[in-house]
Design a protein around this ligand. Sequence first.
Ligand code: HEC
Ligand code: HEC
Ligand code: HEC
Ligand code: HEC
Ligand code: HEC
Ligand code: HEC
Ligand code: HEC
Length: 318
Amino acid sequence: MQNKLLITIIAIMLIWVHLPASSQVNMEDEPANLEGNKHCFDCHANKIYSYENEMTGRIDRKAMNPNFIYNPDDFYKGVHRHFSCTDCHSPDYETFPHQAELRLEEMYSCMDCHGGDPTYAQYHFDLIDDEFHKSVHSTKHDETFNCWMCHDPHSYRSMTRGNFKVSEIVTYHNNVCASCHDNPDHFQRISDSLKMPLEQIHSFLPNYKLHFSAVRCIECHTSVEDTMWVAHNILEKELAVKKCVECHSANTMLMSSLYKYQNIEARRNRGTLNAVFLNESYVIGANRNVYLNILSLVLFGMTILGIMIHVYFRIKSK
Ligand code: HEC
Ligand code: HEC
Ligand code: HEC
Ligand code: HEC
Ligand code: HEC
Ligand code: HEC
Ligand code: HEC
């Protein structure tokens, strides 16, 4: 009887430790429209495309507009990997030359499909929409600055929900911002103003390259948000984090923003208890002592074991 009780307690603990942290986008299954999209990718994945010229009867070879070239690998790693191109674009694109007025087609917005849909509740679309409309990008610009500006419709991936290292998440996120802020061609789709390169703007940071490979832009440019995994309210530049101690201290703000993924990631891989004790990010660049961590884990394990043996014999001797 008591043994059963003990086994049940241990079983519950084991299950708890191994519970998955969150759902993930499944990348294993074959994309649903691989064949159908091939026709579009024949032209839109290559620098040179060819078609049969009905006027002359010849095969013409032309250069593709570089902004209209997409990498199929990236498309099929994205969140909309099961989509057909013509789920978002008009089916009239099947014919070439494309009709001129197709250029005027209105595109769906994220909220057209995801707004108020309980299936995607965990992503908090409606809250993100509100936050985005408070952000400088929205308040300083008209609707031309929309969600697609950062969420490339042909490659957007959900990094924070996948099994990615923090460094991979940082690189992906920062490239989204840099693709515009360090790329005048893209930037001028939105604004005629010219900005200094990011490295110059952030010259107050001692090691720009290291910082930008270790923290995200949004760490300093948004306020920390608990409900959302990715904060969307980009604040005015005057409100950006400039104080070094915000991060370089024992209670670094990164614990509640960037490193929360590390905690979740670790929980997914090693179980909740381990994650708490093996976390490597207590003080950035300071006491990263792996042996101390392991020692504390061993001590913790021995204490638990001691208590369990004690409890076991107490129950047994009754
Ligand atoms: C034979 C090559 C070819 C094929 C096949 C093709 N496209 Fe295009 N597409 C082009 C070229 C070239 C352009 C550049 C603008 C133009 O010529 O209309 C273009 C432009 C576009 C544009 C941008 C229009 C604009 O100016 O804003 C979209 C969207 C598009 N294609 C979607 C598709 C989709 C979806 C498919 C598959 C159903 C497809 N294309 C198949 C060659 C092709
Ligand atoms: C999830 C919806 C979605 C899917 C799926 C999709 N597109 Fe698009 N596409 C968009 C949106 C939105 C834009 C406009 C983006 C912008 O303004 O930056 C766009 C723009 C384009 C453009 C014009 C680029 C420009 O800068 O104007 C081309 C070409 C294009 N798509 C081709 C394709 C092809 C080929 C496929 C299939 C492999 C495809 N799209 C699948 C949503 C989608
Ligand atoms: C035309 C409708 C449509 C539009 C527009 C659209 N989505 Fe989606 N989205 C879907 C559908 C349907 C799925 C589910 C795909 C699947 O299960 O394979 C999905 C999947 C997702 C997922 C993964 C959800 C999961 O758990 O699998 C995310 C994240 C996402 N979309 C974000 C966005 C964002 C951000 C935008 C705008 C930039 C957007 N979507 C625009 C229809 C759309
Ligand atoms: C300034 C750039 C930017 C804009 C504008 C933007 N996003 Fe995002 N968004 C991102 C980045 C970067 C991510 C992180 C991608 C990842 O790792 O999941 C993200 C993540 C998300 C996610 C996934 C959050 C999660 O919990 O996993 C959703 C949903 C989303 N955005 C919706 C939207 C919607 C809806 C809009 C427009 C109202 C929008 N975004 C506008 C940059 C932007
Ligand atoms: C360590 C914190 C930190 C990080 C990380 C950071 N920024 Fe900043 N950023 C600042 C501060 C502080 C300012 C204000 C600087 C000033 O006014 O002198 C600023 C200013 C800016 C400005 C305004 C420039 C102007 O003068 O108009 C832009 C745009 C910007 N950052 C974009 C980015 C992007 C994009 C990234 C990621 C690639 C990024 N920042 C990462 C702290 C940061
Ligand atoms: C499609 C282009 C584009 C993308 C992507 C983009 N931005 Fe911006 N950003 C702009 C433009 C345009 C402005 C406004 C410049 C102006 O008019 O002064 C701006 C302004 C800013 C400012 C300065 C606000 C101020 O007070 O002047 C910051 C900070 C900033 N962006 C951060 C980011 C971050 C962080 C990301 C990524 C999450 C990002 N941006 C993605 C185009 C972009
Ligand atoms: C948004 C958080 C954040 C802010 C703000 C910040 N840092 Fe950092 N800093 C980091 C991270 C993360 C690293 C990388 C730590 C690592 O990989 O060892 C780092 C690395 C460094 C390094 C290199 C340490 C080494 O191991 O070589 C120096 C020096 C540094 N920061 C100084 C500063 C100074 C000075 C400021 C203020 C002007 C500042 N940082 C602001 C997060 C931040």
